[in-house]
Write a protein that binds this ligand. Structure first.
Ligand code: PXP
Length: 246
């Protein structure tokens, strides 16, 4: 049985923090807890508009975390400079449009071979493992091979939205097999949940899953009993200490 890794995407911890403009909850603390709980790596997306992860988060995570860091970023000169200066274990190149809520659709590797080949080469020269976030299409996987990308991450958004339709799982399976045949390591991610992750995790060529939104959302529910009990205990104890009857 080959190994499968879980990359925890901390972007949405930063989204919650930014909603109040303070420091809590700190995405670095979430990364540390996730690694202790069994995550194998930390993924974070430094968007051009810095809507969740900020430069300072990337710097702090890079300085404090020993596990592999996977930096998701757009294909821009600014991001290339940041990646080369920071030297994360891996960079995942993603398409980015300012207006989108999240990363909608994969990178058009087949239509960007001329742009991507030198960009990927610069990252590889800096000893960064490069992956291309692409739709599960054979043509995109083959373009990744021509570009020289050692890794692809298959976009599972359409699979997740159409969960139960065998055709979407079959698309992932054949793109993953094609990647393996071309010697490309295959990752997958986007929209994965407790409910839909198993069939993707079972595909033999898939070596890593990157998951964020569901994990952060579900942590709210699984964590609420603990934090409510702790807060209630503290406020009741404070009232007792004053000697005032409840
Ligand atoms: N992989 C990539 C390349 C992504 O852009 C995202 C979304 O940030 C994910 C994985 C994780 O998706 P989700 O947050 O839906 O789990």
């Amino acid at each position: 049985m080959n190994i499968i890794r879980l990359g925890f995407n901390i972007d949405h911890v930063a989204t919650i923090r930014n909603a109040r403009g303070g420091l809590h909850p700190d995405p670095l603390r979430a990364a540390e807890i996730a690694l202790k709980a069994g995550a194998d790596g930390i993924t974070l997306h430094l968007r051009e508009d810095r809507r969740h992860i900020r430069d300072d988060d990337l710097a702090r995570v890079s300085a404090s975390i020993d596990a592999p860091i996977n930096l998701e970023m757009a294909v821009t000169n600014e991001m290339l400079g940041i990646a080369i200066a920071t030297r994360p274990h891996a960079v995942c190149l993603v398409p980015e449009k300012r207006q989108e809520v999240t990363t909608e659709g994969g990178l058009d590797a087949a239509g960007m071979i001329e742009t991507l080949a030198p960009f990927v080469a610069r990252l590889k020269d800096a000893e960064i493992r490069v992956s291309l976030f692409i739709d599960p299409d054979i043509a995109q996987v083959e373009a990744a091979a021509r570009i020289g990308a050692p890794v692809v991450e298959l976009h599972t958004g359409t699979y997740a939205e159409n969960y139960g339709h065998e055709a979407e799982l079959a698309r992932l399976a054949s793109a993953a097999s094609r990647a393996a045949a071309l010697g490309i390591e295959c990752h997958a991610g986007h929209g994965l949940t407790f409910g839909n992750v198993a069939p993707v995790a079972a595909l033999p060529p898939i070596a890593e899953l990157n998951i964020g939104h569901f994990l952060v959302g579900e942590a709210v529910f699984l964590g609420l009993p603990v934090v409510i009990a702790e807060m209630k205990a503290r406020i009741v104890a404070a009232r007792h200490e004053t000697g005032v009857s409840q």
